[in-house]
Structures are given as structure tokens and as C-alpha cells.
Ligand binder design. Sequence first.
Ligand code: NAD
Ligand code: ZN
Ligand code: ZN
Length: 390
Amino acid sequence: MKALCWYGKNDVRVETVPDPQIINPHDAIVKITSTAICGSDLHLYNGYIPTMQKGDILGHEFMGEVVEVGKEVKKLKVGDRVVVPFTISCGQCFFCQRELWSLCDNSNPNAWMAEKLYGYSPSALFGFSHMLGGYAGGQAEYARVPFADVGPLKLDNGGLTDDQVLFLSDIFPTGYMAAENANIEPGDTVAVWGAGPVGQFAIKSAYMLGAEQVIAIDRFPERLRLAETEGKARTINYEDTDVVEELKSLTGGRGPDSCIDAVGMEAHGTSPVAMLDKAKQMAKIETDRPNALREAIQACRKGGTVSVPGVYGGFIDSMPMGAIVNKALTLKSGQTHMQRYMRPLLERIQNGDIEPSFIITHHMKLEDAPNGYSMFRDKEDECVKVVLKP
Ligand SMILES: NC(=O)c1ccc[n+]([C@@H]2O[C@H](COP(=O)([O-])OP(=O)(O)OC[C@H]3O[C@@H](n4cnc5c(N)ncnc54)[C@H](O)[C@@H]3O)[C@@H](O)[C@H]2O)c1
Ligand SMILES: [Zn+2]
Ligand SMILES: [Zn+2]
């Protein structure tokens, strides 16, 4: 089959690789009909996630048709149409039983690698380094889906297109959990750093959960425009103004009730401290650039909540811990507990509460994925989200 493989920093290639096979009776094989490129894939593409190996198949946002099932699979059958969550969960362990799906204790065969870095391992993820399981991803014609009775969301063939449901595989639940983690109460003001796909879904979700006003922060005009027109957010271009001061002035001096960091480890910035992060990251003495996170902590009102869907991989410096303690902030984060959200959010789509395809700017063939990666990274052609068709 054809698959998009990682070969190193800024080097991904579509290659012919062996078809995946059932290796465990709980596996299913899915023939992929649509798959997307995520901001998380950029962390791999830009070389910031350790334990990648040449030839690894990328991709964790995918859906398709079940073409084979292992003999222990009970809930899926050949021909079913499914969206596959990006996290891999066993359904049985302490964490899965408590619906903390992205913390599954059983899905990562390389848990020891993550334990070195984090103390304990989170769940495995599709196409996301050997430290997180070494599972082949879904930017391919086929994928092996382990624990097939636990992850995939089965769809009726009831008229929803791939473009409408594909983002149930990650970014819609991720934006929603980010908003849920933000402890939003009716009347609240919520600020969202990053108007990328995750930020856009966080904006919409914040309104669904009762926010009065959402303020989006980015520097790309087309992304800010989308946050205004689709998300009904007020916007701040951080290149034109001091974000923390502007947020204070928009909230009567108090600061937003909740701040969401939908940027993560590759934040852009030109302040001295941001430049220092960049230099330290290049010298490999700081793994992540936490510029947006620092701003979110600084701007958040006393007693407020900072929610962090943005991915961080390792260690950050100059963490404003004093602000967290002295302003009594709540900090919440995590890879998304996908199975909590997939079905309820599918119902939101079916009810017409949201039309997730608003985010798509580019459709491409899988063969063109290397172009898609560079275009998405550089925001060329006003690229916000690329959907690949194998
Ligand atoms: N927690 C999860 O389960 C989960 C799931 C999916 C994605 N993510 C993470 O969410 C983050 C966003 O993903 P995405 O797909 O939207 O990526 P993206 O790269 O398309 O968007 C990031 C946006 O942040 C903006 N940005 C950069 N620096 C900024 C700054 N200092 N202030 C404000 N905005 C800034 C960029 O201009 C860009 O528009 C990534 O870190 C990704 O890994 C997490
Ligand atoms: Zn993703
Ligand atoms: Zn589990």
C-alpha cells in the first residue's frame, strides 16, 4: 500500500510499504477514505518529538471502512464505516474504566521510554513516535486498529460526509475538552491562544459551554478572520499589540476568566524571552517554547483557569509558577479522552449545532502529502487544514 513516511526533519515521503495485517485477535484493518494533517504532526515534521525512526508511517486523524476483523472483535464487522480516535485505549485498565482514555496503561508496548521522561506512560497514539507506542499511522491506504471494540466510532451511512465527521478523530473533541477543562461559567470571557484548527474548535466549544465572549489570538489574518466569521470571536493580532494589556482592557482590568493555550511547544514570538527559548531549543537545553503558555498564565484573572490542549513534549524554562500560586489559578491539560466526546459530538453534528468542515481549506491526494505538510507548516495559500484522500 501507499503511506506517508517520516524520514527526518522536514522530510516526509509517500512510499510503497507492506499492507498492515491482523496481529492480535482484537485488531481491525481499516481502509482509509479520509485522513488529515494535524498541528501535532508538525511537531514530528519539525523534528521536536524524540524516538522517531526513518520509515515510520505518520497520521492520527483518519476514518474509513472496516475490511478485516480479528476473531475477538465483537462490535465491528467488515463494511462498517468508522472514525478512529487518535489515542489507543484498552478499555479494561484502571484509567480506561475511569474514562481517562488517553492515560490507558495497556496500549503502549514501549511504556518504559515514556516513563523515563514522564514518570509514567500515557496511552499510545497512532503515528506518533516509538516512545508513544510505535504504531503505524493513518496517512496511508490502510491501518491496523488495535482494541477495535474500544476506539472506533461506528457511523450509520446516514448521509454525513467524511468532511463532516473526520475531525471527530481528534481536533473537534480536543477543542471541546479544552473548553470543558476551562471551567467556563455562563457570562465568562475566554481567551484562546492559537487560531489553528484546535483553537477554532475550542472557540466554538467555549460558546457551546456558555461563554459570553471569546477572544482569539494569532497573527495570521486568515485564521483570525475565520475565528471572527465562523467562531464569532473578537480577535487580537499579537504582532500589533501587547496581548496581556489588550486582554486586560477588554475585561475591565480583571483578565479573562479562562485562558486556553491551543498553540503548544512551537509558539512563535519575538520578545527577548521568546528569542531565548528559541536559542535554548536549538541548543537542546530547553525542549519546548512556552511563549503562549506564559502569556496565558500572566493574562488569566485571579482564581481563573488555564487549559492547555497545546502539546508540550518535555521541559520548559521561566515557568511563571509564582503567578499560578499567587493568583490561585487552576491548570488543566492532557491528550484528549476521546471516547468521552466522540458520540456526543457526533450528535451535535447530526443536530446541525456545528458544521466541522468549515475548517478545511485544502483537499489533496495522499501522493501530495509532502506538499501538504510544507504548505500547512508555512501557512501558504492561507492553509488551515489539509484533508488527504488515499
Ligand atoms: N491535547 C491533544 O490531545 C491535542 C490534539 C491535537 C492537537 N494538539 C495540539 O494543539 C496545538 C494546536 O494544533 P493545531 O492543529 O491547531 O496547530 P497549528 O499549528 O495549525 O496552529 C497553531 C496556531 O498557533 C499560532 N501561534 C503560534 N505562536 C503563537 C503565539 N505566541 N500566540 C498566539 N498564537 C500563536 C500559530 O500562528 C497557529 O495559527 C498543537 O500543539 C497540537 O499538537 C493537542
Ligand atoms: Zn491531531
Ligand atoms: Zn486501558
